[in-house]
Design a protein around this ligand. Structure first.
Ligand SMILES: O=C(O)C(=O)Cc1ccccc1
Length: 274
């Protein structure tokens, strides 16, 4: 039996599909009902898969709030991407004109907000813990629709797809992080190319820190730090390291330069990816 992979469940979520694309049938899958549950349940030796960002709706805030937490160990080991084509799913017999509530994960509601406004201006929306959880709720909601993957129609009894491709932007992708509790946990190889990326978590005066970092920053996300003064933020920086062999050395030097400014900075991920 292979490693255990925790993912945002239940069966049929996009995270489940991303995890399965990577690890196939060689691992044991354990579903968790929230992104935070994946982080909190992750034990040494286990692997977690969580959504990170979407090309239409942006950062997955709950995931970044888990990365902000310094009380639990985690390390990002890789990234994988999935093309996302959302469906509108209902209980058999429900017609488009019956729908008074649209349920889904807030990411999916965001990716389809134009479609929802245009076609269901009077419907309420309900956030669920995942898209597949919304599909399951249809069993108790005869006048609701779920936005979820096509797969959910085969997984949840008595449901039918009314429309496919309901996201606002046709080319719609989500990236997922692969996490373990430690940098050293053995994991199956993740398909990768030449690019080496590090993820840094930084709390401190941003301009001074960026000047001291002297690395090629490819993305920045930010959340309130919660520990400092009001409006002090924690930043998540992805940096590109052109030479994989020198990556660790370059990072260690950069961390020291930033710490010398008095800021807090930690390496929380390192991987090679396409
Ligand atoms: O809820 C899911 O299925 C997830 O995996 C999170 C998500 C939601 C919408 C798009 C991509 C991922």
């Amino acid at each position: 039996m292979g490693s255990t992979v925790l993912y945002l469940g239940p069966t049929g979520t996009y995270t489940h599909q991303a995890a399965h694309n990577l690890f196939g049938d060689d691992v044991v899958y354990t579903q968790k009902s929230t992104i935070r549950d994946v982080f909190e349940s992750l034990s040494p030796g286990q692997i977690g898969v969580v959504p990170k960002e979407n090309s239409t709706f942006g950062a997955v805030v709950e995931m970044y709030d888990c990365l902000r937490d310094t009380s639990r160990p985690y390390f990002v080991r890789g990234v994988t991407a999935l093309s996302i084509q959302h469906c509108l799913l209902v209980r058999k017999g429900t017609r488009l004109e019956d729908i008074d509530c649209i349920m889904s994960h807030e990411q999916a509601l965001g990716q389809c907000s134009g479609y929802i406004r245009q076609h269901f201006p009077n419907a309420t929306t309900k956030k669920t813990r995942s898209t597949a959880a919304a599909a399951q709720e249809l069993l108790h909601s005869p006048r609701a629709a779920a936005i979820c993957s096509k797969l959910c129609a085969t997984l949840v009894e008595d449901t039918v797809i009314l429309e496919e491709g309901v996201q606002d932007i046709k080319d719609n992708y989500t990236r997922f992080f692969i996490i373990t509790t430690s940098e050293c946990t053995a994991i199956p190889p993740i398909p990768s190319a030449e690019q080496t990326i590090a993820l840094l978590r930084l709390t401190g005066p941003i301009s001074k820190c960026l000047a001291a970092l002297e690395l090629d920053i490819t993305s920045i996300d930010r959340r309130p730090s919660l520990t400092g003064s009001p409006f002090q933020d924690t930043y998540f920086l992805e940096v590109f390291l052109p030479d994989a062999k020198m990556a660790r050395h370059q990072i260690d030097n950069a961390l020291e330069r930033v710490r010398n400014t008095g800021a807090e900075i930690d390496l929380v991920g390192l991987w090679t990816s396409v």
